[in-house]
Design a protein around this ligand. Structure first.
Ligand code: BMA
Length: 323
């Protein structure tokens, strides 16, 4: 993964200070990404000086220079949960049959939940339902139905490293026939204790390739005294049955090294959450030599981009097989 020379591509100064809650914000990070015609659209997680969370859209012709739209994304339907929602964050965007879907993590009094939304043009997100019965984050959708079912990945939070925030070391495949009622299928991968990916969670939604579903995930090394290190890695799931892991890279493909990844609100974090694949073939498979742009949160402070290709990511998956 090659960092953009323009990194970080979005920082707090790029957020238009058009209203009190957007004035001199603290941070902008962990964006969802989608291609809309010629434009790349990001949905940004913005934290203001009250540590409130807002989602804002940003638009670009070249995928690097973005203009942030001043109107926050509206979220509707969450009143159905009948509980205060403190934060809605870390958007991941998927298009299925020309409809836009967005997953968000929600912070409630009882912990975190993963929620699915539909959207016309990303100006408003309409709540569909929760995706997991229990504490969870990092949900993503597959971009098509497989064997008649919608599929997703979710990371249940069953590890409490900190009394305030729980985390997890398994990614689960989930399925639904209507996008509303989600059922767990099975755990498809676990963290590797003592190594780079002890705790894990999905990054951007999986990409369809001729070799399988290519998936970037984040891994957290927790065995350092003062800090957790958030990195990124890749794995490959079977096309017809994504509950089967075909290959998983032994080494991370990306780790905090640049100043803006090492220093910030939460140091030592790269958190990939958006991914734009340039070329697909006529049957919808990402081409081997296609350029890929990965958008990630750096140190929970800014948005950065890194470039790679489908072929390079697939090669990385082969450094060790199994899960
Ligand atoms: C994770 C999530 C992300 C965040 C990361 C690093 O657990 O909460 O939103 O970017 O931690 O702080």
């Amino acid at each position: 993964m090659r960092r953009s020379k323009e990194n970080p591509i979005l920082t707090s100064v790029d957020i238009p200070a058009v209203r009190p809650e957007l004035t001199d914000v603290s941070s902008v990070f962990n964006p969802g990404a989608i291609k809309s015609g010629e434009d790349t659209i990001l949905v940004l997680r913005v934290q203001n000086r009250g540590r409130e969370t807002l989602l804002l859209r940003a638009q670009s012709k070249d995928g690097i220079h973005f203009r942030v739209l001043p109107e926050p994304v509206e979220i509707s339907g969450l009143e159905r949960l009948k509980t205060p929602i403190y934060h809605a964050y870390d958007p991941r965007i998927t298009v299925i049959a020309n409809k836009i879907y967005v997953t968000l993590s929600l912070d409630l009094d009882i912990g975190s939940r993963t929620a699915l939304f539909s959207s016309e043009d990303l100006s408003e997100l309409n709540f569909i339902d929760l995706m997991w019965d229990g504490d969870s984050r990092n949900a993503v959708l597959f971009p098509e139905k497989i064997n008649g079912r919608y599929l997703g990945l979710v990371r249940p939070n069953r590890i409490s490293a900190d009394p305030q925030v729980s985390s997890g070391s398994e990614i689960w495949l989930i399925e639904s026939i209507d996008l509303q009622d989600w059922q767990p299928v099975k755990a498809i991968m676990s963290g590797r204790l003592h190594y780079w990916d002890e705790l894990i969670g999905s990054g951007p939604p999986p990409i369809k390739t001729r070799s399988g579903w290519l998936h970037i995930y984040h891994g957290v090394a927790t065995h350092f005294a003062s800090v957790n290190i958030y990195q990124a890695g890749v794995c490959l799931l079977e096309l017809d049955d994504p509950s089967k892991m075909k290959a998983r890279g032994k080494y991370n493909i990306f780790e905090p090294r640049a100043d803006y990844e090492l220093v910030g609100q939460v140091p030592n974090v790269v958190f990939p959450s958006g991914m734009i694949v340039e070329d697909y073939d006529s049957e919808g498979f990402a081409r081997h030599d296609s350029r890929v742009m990965v958008y990630y949160g750096a140190a929970d402070t800014s948005v950065a981009a890194a470039e790679t290709t489908i072929g390079e990511l697939l090669n990385h998956c082969q450094t060790e097989s199994g899960n």
